[in-house]
Design a protein around this ligand. Structure first.
Ligand SMILES: [Zn+2]
Length: 246
C-alpha cells in the first residue's frame, strides 16, 4: 500500500468553535472516532457477521474502552445501515439480503451512469487516476486492512465522479449508496483478486477523451459487471456460506 489511510473523512468543526476544549474532551472525541472506525472495520470485513447480536459491554471489552464510548457511536452505525436497533433483541449487525443487494445495484445503475455523463467534460483526470491507483494496489491474501483501503479508494473513485457532475445531491446519494453497500464491495474485492485491476480503465479512458456518451456507457457496463460478480459471490461461493446472508 502506498500509504496508510484512515477511513474517516476529515471531520468538520461546528460553525462556532468551542473556546479551547480541554484535553479531556479532545481525548474523548478521539476515542469515539477510533471506536467508530474499528467497529465499522470489523463489520465491513465480516469480523462481526451479518445478523450477529452485539452488546455494548461485549464491544467495550473487545475494544478495551468504556461503555460510554461504544454507546456514543452506535447511532452513527445505525444511520450508516451497518447496525440495526431491534427493540427486543437490542443491537444486531445488519443482515445482508439478496433483495437489498439487488435494490442497491439497481439504484446505482440508475444514477451513476448519468453522473459519469455529466462529469466527463469537467472531471480532474489526474486526480481520478491517483484515486484509481490506490484502489488497484496489490492486496496480500487475507490482509483485511489492505482490502479495506482498496474498497475505500473504490468508493472515493465513484464519489469523485458523482461530485464532478456538479450536482451535490447526486454526489451525496452516491456516497450514501456506497456506505450502504460497502460490505458488498468488500465481498467483491475479497473474491475478485484477479479481475479487479483493470475495471475502471475504460471509464477513465472515456473521461480522458471527454466523451460523455462513452463515460455513461462504460460506467453502466462497470456496474453491471460488478452486479454479476457480486451475485455470483453471494449465491455461489461456498466460503461465503459462513457469512450468514439472508
Ligand atoms: Zn468501481
Amino acid at each position: 500500500m502506498a500509504r496508510t489511510r484512515t477511513a474517516a473523512p476529515a471531520r468538520r468543526s461546528g460553525p462556532t468553535p468551542a473556546p479551547k476544549p480541554g484535553p479531556g474532551r479532545a481525548r474523548l472525541v478521539a476515542v469515539k472516532d477510533q471506536v467508530h472506525e474499528r467497529l465499522r472495520f470489523e463489520i465491513i470485513s465480516f469480523g462481526l457477521r451479518p445478523g450477529e447480536r452485539i452488546s455494548e459491554s461485549q464491544l467495550a471489552t473487545r475494544f478495551g474502552v468504556g461503555i460510554a464510548s461504544v454507546r456514543a457511536v452506535l447511532p452513527k452505525l445505525v444511520q450508516e445501515g451497518l447496525i440495526q436497533n431491534k427493540r427486543r433483541l437490542g443491537h444486531v449487525i445488519a443482515p445482508i439480503t439478496v433483495q437489498e443487494v439487488r435494490d442497491i445495484c439497481q439504484l446505482r445503475e440508475m444514477i451513476e451512469p448519468q453522473a459519469a455523463e455529466l462529469a466527463a467534460a469537467r472531471i480532474d483526470i489526474a486526480r481520478l487516476e491517483e484515486i484509481d491507483a490506490r484502489s488497484k494496489v496489490h492486496v496480500p491474501e487475507g490482509d483485511r486492512a489492505a482490502e479495506m483501503a482498496s474498497v475505500l479508494a473504490n468508493k472515493e473513485f465513484h464519489v469523485a465522479i458523482a461530485a464532478a457532475s456538479g450536482n451535490e445531491r447526486l454526489a451525496a446519494w452516491v456516497a450514501q449508496l456506497q456506505d450502504y453497500s460497502i460490505r458488498f464491495q468488500y465481498l467483491l474485492r475479497h473474491s475478485l483478486h484477479h479481475d479487479w485491476e483493470h475495471s475502471h480503465e475504460p471509464i477513465i479512458d472515456a473521461m480522458r477523451r471527454r466523451d460523455p456518451a462513452a463515460a455513461r456507457e462504460q460506467m453502466r457496463a462497470h456496474l453491471l459487471t460488478g452486479r454479476e460478480h457480486l451475485m455470483k459471490a453471494i449465491l455461489g461461493l461456498p466460503t461465503l456460506r459462513d457469512v450468514n446472508i439472508g
